[in-house]
Ligand binder design. Structure first.
Ligand code: BGC
Length: 552
């Protein structure tokens, strides 16, 4: 394992714990900002020692994202998106000179149609930051947007090993597919026929065709050598499967955001974009081909259009001259010009690969939020403002306060959702990390909750600016809602597909939606964004595109 990858040995950002659900319901009524203010008042009531209120106010200001900042983010996002559409940009701005977004072409050039997939089956592989999911997917009748019974999935989930992340990834993937094909007895598939497979690969990948893509940059703690900028990930995976005689043919490669957007569009035809809050963070959107200068459409008679040409399913502004674009917005503002970048972020960025890159992702995504909270708490400990009654004993604090990435983002959910008077859940999480003789105080617990709230609010506010920014960008050339039904924006809806466990942070989705919509209204558009979480989206999306490709 490389030294950098060491930091991520526990990089499994696990989905939020089940028991948070009930508390979330209660919490939702309060809202993130209100809860933040309540906690601050309680901290003040404790009449803390000198310097504490000033310090946490300084932290709050550093993490704050106000309307002006959101507007500046939107403005820069538009410039970065436009530049990325115009030309293929370097390697996500690591030379400090360019600041365009990748805006990768997906070669998915048509919205999904039920008639192309219904009654068909295929394989879908989803290689994310933490797991490989292999699924056999079968589509049943599409029933007017009802999710239930429309598809069947037989799925296996494999935790990606450290060795795979840093050395043997493609051999390891082929091994799991072989195991899946042998043990999960997919009755319907004839043994000698290759089953088509959609491959969701959640890394910045420069696609040159629907089934070809060169990995641009490893992120999320992956570091397999000699791949970046050189190797086609489909070819690598396919040749490993062929060596094993696995009867699977990868026919489509998709970024997870593109796959999710396809699935979201399948169920909600008004889908305009999608965003993922998982281990990593990114988004894709449907762009008009005429507005993608760097793309030259193939001769109409050559090559396959992905998805046929039936636009009858496209009531939300769809038409056949669109392509799904993988924005790779995790790399937004790598130059650190408009984001509320703090020294805590510098610290994390400096020691988290890809160093200096994926700047936005490291402020928003599930892999990093826990680490942001942890470094702020360590700073408070160093200033003797947390657990400070323990004198100079702070160096002996255990895991959370010593080991990088040891504070899992899922804990933020539990902490933020704890609205009990004495913050029992927060105490249960923190107490085991302290030496036996250290007693945690109520004030300590409140401070910890406050920092978790601030971090969640920053993530949601930045995400809102990015979502609103993409919708406004796409709306510039041509209205996203072609037929404005009413002057009331509530009547004119565009859907934003969402996936990822960090979206489950208590209050996150409500805050994101409210903030996105107030930005849209501030920018005078007459539509409203509705966020739709799509179950199994990245699995379904790549299966849909695999079937569309096979039948094109
Ligand atoms: C990757 C994206 C991916 C996102 C969400 C990021 O780290 O660069 O390609 O879409 O994570 O999984």
């Amino acid at each position: 394992m490389t030294q950098n990858a060491e930091h991520f040995k526990e990089s499994g950002y696990e989905p939020v714990e089940q028991n948070v659900g009930k508390k979330n319901k209660k919490f939702e009524k309060l809202g993130l900002k209100k809860s933040m203010r309540n906690v601050f008042s309680k901290i003040a009531e404790h009449r803390p020692r000198r310097g504490l209120l000033e310090k946490i106010e300084e932290i709050r200001q550093g993490l704050q994202v106000d309307l002006d900042m959101q507007q500046r983010i939107i403005k820069k996002l538009h410039i970065s998106m436009q530049r990325g559409l115009e030309e293929n940009t370097g390697r996500n701005c690591d030379d400090g000179r360019e600041d365009a977004l990748s805006m990768f072409l997906s070669y998915v050039t048509s919205r999904p149609h039920a008639k192309t997939v219904v009654g068909k089956e295929c394989l879908s592989m989803d290689l994310g930051g933490t797991y490989l999911r292999i699924s056999h997917v079968k589509f049943n009748a599409h029933d007017g947007g009802q999710f239930k019974d429309e598809y069947e999935i037989k799925q296996e989930k494999y935790k990606i090993t450290d060795e795979a992340k840093t050395a043997t990834l493609f051999e390891w993937v082929a091994e799991q597919v072989e195991e899946f094909m042998e043990t999960k007895a997919i009755g319907q598939i004839e043994k000698d026929v290759c089953i088509p497979c959609g491959f969701t690969f959640s890394f910045p990948t420069d696609q040159t065709a629907i089934d070809k893509g060169i990995l641009r940059l490893w992120c999320k703690g992956f570091a397999v050598p000699d791949i970046e900028g050189k190797r086609d990930v489909v070819e690598l995976t396919q040749s490993e499967m062929d060596k094993r005689g696995v009867k699977v043919k990868i026919v489509a490669l998709l970024n997870d955001t593109v796959a999710t957007m396809v699935a979201s569009t399948y169920f909600h035809s008004r889908t305009a974009m999608c965003t993922i809050f998982g281990t990593g963070n990114n988004a894709s959107y449907w762009e008009k081909i005429k507005d993608i200068p760097k793309y030259t459409p193939p001769d109409k008679n050559s090559g396959a259009r992905v998805g046929g040409n039936d636009s009858s399913n496209s009531s939300g502004g769809a038409s056949d001259d669109e392509m799904a674009i993988n924005i790779e917005w995790g790399a937004f503002d790598n130059l650190r010009e408009v984001l509320p970048y703090t020294n805590y972020d510098n610290d994390i960025n400096r020691r988290s690969p890809p160093i200096g890159l994926q700047v936005l992702e490291k402020m928003v995504a599930g892999l990093y939020l826990g680490e942001v909270v942890r470094v702020i708490l360590v700073d408070l400990i160093d200033h003797k403002l947390l657990f400070s009654h323990q004198g100079n004993d702070f160096m002996s604090l255990r895991r959370f306060f010593r080991e990088e990435y040891s504070f899992d983002t899922a804990l933020i959910s539990v902490i933020v959702a704890d609205d009990s008077e004495d913050l029992e859940d927060v105490a249960d999480i923190i107490a085991p990390e302290l030496p036996d003789h250290v007693n945690i105080t109520q004030l300590d617990l409140l401070i910890i909750k406050y920092i978790c709230l601030l971090t969640s609010i920053r993530s949601a506010s930045l995400s809102a600016a990015m979502v609103a920014g993409v919708l406004l960008f796409r709306n510039k050339h041509e209205s996203l809602v072609p037929t404005v039904l009413s002057d009331d924006p509530n009547q004119n809806i565009v859907v934003v597909g969402v996936e990822g466990s960090a979206y489950d942070l208590p209050g996150f989705s409500q805050f994101l939606s409210a903030s996105t919509n107030s930005l849209l209204s501030y920018n005078n558009v007459k539509f409203k964004a509705v966020f739709e979480f799509v179950q199994n989206a990245s699995i379904l999306g790549s299966a849909i595109v695999a079937l569309m490709t096979s039948s094109a």
